[in-house]
Design a protein. Structure first.
Lengths: 268, 178
């Protein structure tokens, strides 16, 4: 590394100096500038120059840049995380591209590829940063517009998540409760007087949901409370959930579970 | 039902207006057509006309998430916020916005690609965005490991007041900024 730095000083091209700093100083925090044999100015400008090949990265001592950055940090009143992570990002790209360039590479193409991938990458990242700003603006603008159903997925309002509100353990608990009831009630033999199929029960549940304008309680689904009915009902309900015909919701932890008709419009 | 169907164009337009007034979600042309059976041309014409008739009013007809919705004008938001007693805006973090914009442009996109662009791990941010229903899983890539792909949702459009993804500004050439 030492050797390289020495050679860098010897080969350093004429000084490149750009960007007035006044504009930035207005905004409060002074931006990090580097002072190198071949370059003096803002760190970001350095990147730009390297990308545009006005400065060869091999002429830049990255250890010097890092040293100056650490100095800058120690002087800064407060650590701006956004800015410092940006520094890390850019610095690591520089480091990567420099180390790749220093390695003997036979194919000339490969160097170009690395350079262009660096340019692409940083450019892409910047574009997306700009996009993020666009979205933020849009959001701010739109937050002043009200309508009948103010859409607020972010405020943790009504969640329509498929089975989101009911954990599997809630479901099994509810099932156990019903199951225990039937085991208490019926000791001994059970006379099956009616065969209920899962299809029947699916139809039954769908009809009940359609008939009632609101939700249907989980426990009210069981009518006769025979073992067969409980098992069939439970399977039918799971099937309806799978088919996205029904969603389950719970009032509170360990509260009663309700079935709601699955609303396509809300889940679209 | 037949006798209630609109007979004149004005009638049809007013019927559409009444639908938009009660609707709690953006109504697409297809939605309206399904209910009112007026044909796309009539609906589009009516929507245009309604929209311009609101121009000087406190409400407006907005195009959002591939549908139409009656909404207030931003100019009067202060009154409404006072009435609702809620400063409603909930902000997204910078990381969320960046991740979201990458997904919006590159969808469907795998997490690895997002992380490659941002240079940091994104699983937490992605989970938040999923929870907020701004993005969804959109199948799996056919590449090695079959990673889950992510795409934006209709809620994303609604949240940012966008009509469709085409409203996002075009990705600029990289040379522009450098």
């Amino acid at each position: 590394m030492d050797m390289i730095e020495q050679s860098a000083q010897i080969e350093a091209p004429e000084r490149v100096k750009i960007l007035p700093e006044a504009a930035l100083e207005d905004s409060g925090l002074k931006k990090f500038s580097v002072h190198l044999p071949g370059f003096e100015g803002h760190f970001e400008s350095l990147l730009t120059l390297i990308e545009s090949e006005a400065v060869d990265i091999c002429d830049i001592s990255l250890s010097l840049v890092t040293l100056q950055y650490l100095e800058y940090l120690s002087l800064a009143q407060a650590l701006d995380l956004n800015y410092s992570s940006e520094f890390l990002l850019v610095a690591s790209y520089l480091l990567e591209s420099k180390s790749k360039k220093l390695l003997p590479i036979e194919e000339e193409e490969e160097i170009e590829e690395i350079e262009s991938s660096l340019v692409d990458h940083v450019a892409q990242y910047r574009v997306f940063k700009k996009m993020a700003a666009f979205l933020k603006n849009k959001k701010e603008e739109f937050s002043k517009v009200f309508h009948r159903f103010r859409f607020e997925p972010l405020s943790g309002g009504q969640k329509q998540y498929f089975l989101k509100d009911v954990a599997v353990s809630d479901l099994t608990d509810a099932f156990r409760k019903i199951w225990a009831e039937v085991n208490e009630k019926k000791e001994g033999f059970e006379i099956v007087d009616e065969l209920i199929t899962v299809e029947d029960k699916i139809k039954d549940i769908s009809e009940r949901l359609a008939a009632s304008s609101g939700p249907v309680g989980f426990e009210s689904l069981f009518r006769t409370k025979t073992r067969l009915e409980i098992i069939v009902t439970f399977l039918a309900m799971l099937e309806l959930i799978r088919l996205k015909k029904v969603i389950l919701k719970q009032e509170s932890f360990f509260g009663q579970i309700f079935l709601f008709p699955f609303q396509e419009s809300l889940s679209k | 039902m037949n006798e209630t169907l609109p007979v004149t164009y004005e009638d049809a337009r007013n019927a559409i207006e009444s639908l938009l007034f009660v609707s709690k979600r953006p109504l697409s042309v297809d939605d309206i057509d399904e209910i009112a059976c007026l044909g796309r041309d009539t609906i589009l014409r009516a929507v245009e006309e309604l929209s311009s008739s609101y121009e000087t009013r406190g409400i407006q007809l907005i195009k959002i998430a591939n549908g139409y919705l009656l909404a207030t004008r931003p100019r009067y938001s202060a009154y409404i916020e006072k009435f609702l007693k809620s400063p409603v805006s909930v902000s997204l973090s910078q990381q969320s916005l960046e991740t979201l914009s990458i997904i919006a442009y590159k969808q469907p996109v795998a997490r690895a690609e997002i992380e490659r662009i941002r240079g940091v791990l994104c699983d937490g941010v992605i989970k938040t965005l999923l929870d907020k229903r701004l993005i969804k899983e959109a199948g799996r890539s056919e590449t090695v490991g079959r990673p889950i792909l992510y795409a934006t949702t209709v809620d994303f459009l609604k949240h940012f007041g966008l009509h469709d993804l085409g409203q996002l500004p075009l990705l600029e050439e990289k040379t522009e900024e450098l």
